[in-house]
Ligand binder design. Structure first.
Ligand code: HEM
Length: 459
């Protein structure tokens, strides 16, 4: 909009601020670069200006759904090559967003979790068996990614990738992640001179991976067409029609949705679990409190598991997850556009074609809202403390209509798994480990290992 925002250092001709961004760690370099720039700042890369919001007050304004809505910056539109008008990558006014949202909402309510609960327990049990067969420390993120990938594929389309019977992840997972990573990189290039050409080159180089992913999904969909069961997400998508219009999702759109759920739903939850375990291993008091809660609810048998109704009772364990997602929101940012011309913070004119990126890693550590923001303290999420904070100061699942549809799924799974894990094992992290964060599609701890000791039932 012709206004200028703070930015750091000297901007280079032509590439702008590109040099400050490490392509393998775009977000971590952004956090560092933007650390002292105040609540709003901009980065220019080739011809594209990126406006970033890191202050809680401006972010809260952007989350006000009456004035702002979801925006799709280049990194997200680049994913449309793979995920089309699936829920995550659809434009706000695309008809398939509304249709899919209405057809799928019932499958993601709190009560719908009842049908996924046994799948989550079964997958967790397989993870524990897998760990019990290993000797030495286990890689937390890798294990959790296997777990969340299995849970999601079983709940979404009753497919078992056999993740716990091999040490390597299923080739599908690698192909999917590589294809999408290419998409994300392409997103950063689109505004560069020649960027579209480079993008097409990347797509071609990636075509084989993508064809493999698409075929696997199309085969799964074809196998199930013709049966009228609705026991999983795929069944619901194939066999329900809109109550008023009678419309159904097309086979292509169903493929987009499944890919979207797999991607949106597995690394995000895996990262949340992994960061929570990292902080628990570093904070013995929190670990003891979490374990005490698990024992109180699950009883004497270390192999005890919760009923569906018990899962929301793990209040402390839930706070441990909330706090991990505060410090390391695994979806690190999302973007918002004004519905009409408006002024952000009484100062910055924004038009509907403008957008700003909310940098959650900074908003969740804004010292105006969070005391000692780098300290891990689950009690920040005690109800009395939550009530004292301004609205929209904690947004790991996004905002408004386009907020995360899988929030209940993620939280039910993560609480259940943490509770069972802490009840079953004592865990110790390597005291020499220094947290490093791997940026893939989302943020996850890298090479973090724990040693697990089975706990014994009292005799
Ligand atoms: C959207 C975070 C788990 C499916 C979002 C958004 C965020 C988010 C921030 C909004 C993005 C935007 O505004 O552009 C997370 C986190 C998770 C998680 C932190 C785990 C801890 C899941 C799971 C699923 C899922 C388990 C599926 C089972 C989706 C979908 C959308 C979405 C489909 C797009 C919704 C729409 O636009 O209609 N998620 N998510 N997510 N998430 Fe999640």
């Amino acid at each position: 909009s012709g206004q200028s925002f703070p930015h750091a250092g000297r901007r280079k001709p032509f590439i702008g601020d590109l040099g400050v961004s490490d392509p393998r760690h775009p977000l971590l370099s952004l956090l560092e670069w933007g650390a002292d720039l105040g609540p709003i700042y901009e980065m220019r890369i080739f011809r594209q200006n990126f406006v970033f919001v890191s202050g809680a007050e401006l972010a809260a304004e952007l989350c006000d759904e009456s004035r702002f809505c979801k925006a799709l910056p280049p990194a997200i539109t680049a994913l449309r090559h793979y995920a089309g008008d699936g829920l995550f990558t659809a434009y706000n006014d695309e008809p398939n967003w509304q249709l899919a949202h209405e057809l799928l909402m019932p499958a993601f309510t709190k009560s719908a979790m009842q049908s996924y609960h046994p799948i989550m327990l079964e997958t967790a049990a397989e993870l524990f068996d897998y760990w019990d067969r290993q000797s030495g420390p286990v890689d937390v993120t890798r294990s959790m990614t296997k777990l969340t990938m299995e849970t999601l594929s079983r709940a979404a389309f009753s497919h078992d990738f056999g993740s716990f019977t091999t040490s390597q992840p299923h080739p599908f997972v690698g192909a999917m992640v590589r294809a999408l990573e290419t998409g994300r990189r392409k997103g950063g290039l689109l505004t560069a001179p020649g960027g579209r050409l480079i993008g097409r080159y990347l797509d071609r180089r990636n075509a084989e991976q993508q064809a493999y992913v698409d075929k696997l999904l199309d085969d799964l969909i074809a196998e199930r067409s013709g049966s009228d069961d609705q026991h999983d997400l795929l069944g619901i998508m194939l066999n329900t029609e809109h109550a008023e219009t009678g419309e159904k999702l097309s086979a292509l759109n169903i493929r987009y949705q499944i890919l979207t759920f797999l991607v949106a739903g597995h690394e995000t939850t895996s990262g949340a679990l992994s960061f929570a375990l990292y902080y628990l291993s570093r904070n013995p008091d929190c670990l003891a409190a979490a374990q005490r809660e698990a024992d109180e609810i699950l009883g004497d048998d270390p192999a005890g598991v919760p009923t569906f109704e018990q899962v929301p009772k793990f209040r402390y364990i839930r706070r441990c997850l909330d706090e991990a997602l505060r410090i390391w929101p695994t979806v690190p940012a999302f973007a918002r556009s004004p519905r009409e011309d408006t002024t952000l913070g009484d100062r910055y004119l924004m038009r509907p074609e403008d957008w700003a990126v909310i940098v959650l890693g900074q908003v969740h550590r804004d010292p105006a809202v969070w005391e000692d923001p780098d300290v891990y303290d689950p009690d920040r999420f005690l109800p009395a403390n939550v009530k004292q904070r301004p609205a929209h100061s904690y947004k790991p699942f996004g905002a408004g209509l386009r907020a995360c549809i899988g929030r209940q799924f993620a939280l039910h799974e993560a609480v259940l798994v943490l509770a069972c894990l802490l009840h079953r094992y004592d865990l110790a992290g390597d005291p020499g480990y220094e947290l490093t964060v791997d940026e893939r599609l989302t943020m996850v701890p890298q090479d973090f290992e724990v040693t697990l000791e089975p706990r014994r039932a009292p005799v």
